[in-house]
Design a protein around this ligand. Structure first.
Ligand code: SF4
Length: 611
């Protein structure tokens, strides 16, 4: 049983709340571990009055572990044991909102089937469902329509369709607890939204207290917990209706937070020990506090405000380890190259290396661009990629390029034909030919929003199903022809990557990542202690991952598996090395002359130097 459950039993006079985080991954916000979403923090902030409430944060993965443990120990009555374990809670708040399902190393978002099953474990608690899924449905799999949350209505006491932090904070302000007495009030306010962005200022600061309860947090460098920070909501393209598949334009004119509000929140998180941040919860970081619509397509970016924000963060957080951004609109570079260039320069100066500008390309087929009112054409996208490369491709001190573009494509958008995929591939080849760098390419199937009519959804689903094998082939082409050469260029053999965090064991090896935005996954063929930082040397490449060894390297102590992992050695040579046990560099040259140059690149510590 978790320690906090004992604490809670001794605090029965206060309202006891369990915040069960099923994670968020929407185009504008990430909250899958090691990320912690702003929404979870804001809700926590609404209940931070310690006189009245006890609030506990729990991830859905922690909850699943509890169920598994009980099942193993008490296969016949695990269900009643779980009920007993959590019976002291008065209110359970479920957060859910994955619109773009993916695979995650750090956790698995709550599934629709779990949202149906889990309420049974809390029969006496008042159960609330909230998060982005209440608006756009629950995305289970790309290519299938998302499931409307209304299907879960009979299982929950309340579903919050508006801004949960505001609805819940208002209940607290008006002292409407025990909450079940105010069920009707809650129904009336279930669609309430933020009156303005200042309304979250205090919630954001108070909610910083949640971090010490997060499983990814530790006092040593903040663990690998990374807090997603919000700057504004809405899409600056709302005037032209935005991309046809996206809900952001429906939020109307974007609402921006003030710089002081963001800095106040970051300072509160930093004071609690957080060392990793991503300014990721907005549709376009470059559009934060933007200027006028000098071109009707998009507003003018504001480099001064962005510099003030980033510089302010660095001044407040001298020991910050990660400062990254997410989401960038290519139109900034096309319409306002001077301002966009200046912002890119500012980002490379104040943010930490390994940073990525996630550009939503979706498709460069002109028919698809037109049918979905996408941002721009292939040439416009190339311009953005060129400018970001110009400022960002220098290698930073953690071994990663400072700031590179990452591209998102969506398969199956309306208007797509068999030529569309060829055009997209040709576009990617053009990037390679021009010697431009991309940090990553995301290929996703269109997730049909629950707002689409049944007829439209059926048509798209049919198209996606019909093209399954074509998508599979195309993805394979992208992975082999583009991803692999790009990865070798950006992360060459022998490069040292600093501060890589061991997250998970995988067979007889370990998966590690640096903390940040879309970090590359590194596999080390050795079982390492988890939740620690290591420096690694790159010795081989997968399509979207690296094989590495812990550095400094001690060649004489490498196992058969570690030797095999080094590009060019393979099983037989590894056995030969094991047999002859070369000690000096000259020995190595004699035993494996054909890979001698590679051994020199990875700069090993030779045994005789160790003695
Ligand atoms: S540019 Fe398109 S995808 Fe991006 S937020 Fe706006 S409408 Fe959505």
């Amino acid at each position: 049983m978790h320690d906090f459950l004992y604490d809670i039993m001794s605090q029965r006079e206060r309202e006891r709340i369990l915040l069960l985080d099923g994670y968020i991954d929407s185009p504008g916000c990430l909250g899958v571990p090691p990320y912690l979403s702003p929404l979870a923090r804001y809700i926590f902030g609404a209940f931070c009055d310690e006189e009245e409430f006890v609030i506990q944060y729990l991830t859905v993965d922690q909850f699943r572990t509890d169920i598994r443990t009980q099942k193993k120990q008490y296969p016949t009555d695990f269900h009643s044991n779980i009920i007993a374990q959590y019976q002291n809670y008065d209110i359970i708040i479920f957060i859910t909102g994955v619109s773009v399902p993916g695979k995650y190393l750090g956790g698995m978002p709550i599934r629709f089937s779990e949202l149906r099953r889990f309420p049974r474990y809390f029969p006496d608690a008042f159960q609330i469902l909230c998060g982005p899924a209440t608006v756009y449905g629950i995305g289970e799999e790309g290519g299938k329509p998302s499931v409307p949350v209304e299907k879960l209505a009979p299982l929950y006491d309340a579903i919050l369709f508006g801004d949960p932090e505001i609805i819940l904070a208002n209940l607290v302000t008006h002292k409407k607890f025990p909450i079940r007495h105010y069920r009707d009030d809650l129904k009336e306010t279930a669609h309430d939204v933020r009156p303005d962005m200042e309304s979250i200022k205090n919630l954001a600061i108070q909610g910083a207290a949640i971090v010490t309860q997060h499983p990814n947090f530790s006092e040593e460098r903040g663990g690998n917990l990374i807090c997603e920070i919000e700057t504004f909501r809405g899409c600056p393209r709302y005037k032209s209706g935005g991309c046809a598949f996206c809900i952001e334009p429906s939020k109307g004119q974007p609402q921006h937070r003030t710089i002081s509000s963001i800095l106040g929140e970051i300072e509160a998180l930093y004071d609690r020990g957080v060392r990793h941040f991503r300014i990721g919860s907005q549709t376009d970081f470059y559009a934060y506090l933007h200027g006028n619509y000098d071109f009707p397509r998009y507003p003018r970016p504001n480099p001064e405000k962005i510099e003030t924000l980033l510089k302010g963060i660095r001044e407040l957080c001298p020991d910050i380890r990660t400062l990254h951004i997410d989401n960038v609109n290519a139109l900034n570079f096309v319409l306002y190259p001077e301002e966009a260039g200046r912002i890119t320069e500012v980002i490379t100066e104040y943010c930490t290396p390994g940073n990525i500008a996630a550009l939503g390309i979706e498709s460069v087929d002109p028919n698809v661009v037109q049918a979905n009112n996408l941002k721009g054409n292939a040439n416009e996208m190339l311009k953005a990629i060129e400018i970001i490369n110009h400022y960002g491709n220098e290698i930073g001190k953690n071994g990663c390029p400072k700031f590179l573009p990452g591209l998102n494509f969506i398969m199956g958008l309306p208007g797509e034909t068999k030529d569309s995929l060829d055009l997209n591939l040709a576009f990617l080849n053009e990037i390679l030919t021009r010697n431009l760098q991309l940090r990553r390419i995301n290929l996703r199937k269109f997730l049909v929003p629950s707002s689409f009519s049944a007829q439209r959804a059926r048509k798209i689903t049919k198209h996606l199903r019909k093209n399954v094998s074509r998508y599979f082939q195309w993805k394979k082409h992208v992975r082999t022809e583009i991803d692999l050469p790009m990865l070798k260029k950006i992360f060459p053999f022998g490069r040292i990557l600093k501060d890589v965090y061991a997250e998970k064991h995988d067979g007889k090896g370990t998966l590690l990542r640096q903390v940040g935005t879309y970090p590359i996954t590194c596999f080390v063929p050795k079982v390492l202690q988890l939740s620690c930082y290591y420096d690694l040397v790159i010795v081989n490449h997968g399509f979207r991952s690296l094989t590495c060894l812990v550095t400094p390297l001690q060649l004489t102590r490498l196992t058969q598996k570690e030797l095999e992992a080094i590009d060019g050695i393979g099983k037989k040579r590894a056995m030969k090395i094991q047999r002859f046990r070369p000690h000096t560099l000259q020995d190595w040259k004699d035993v494996v002359p054909e890979i001698w140059e590679k051994i020199l690149v990875i700069q090993p510590i030779i045994a005789e130097n160790e003695n």
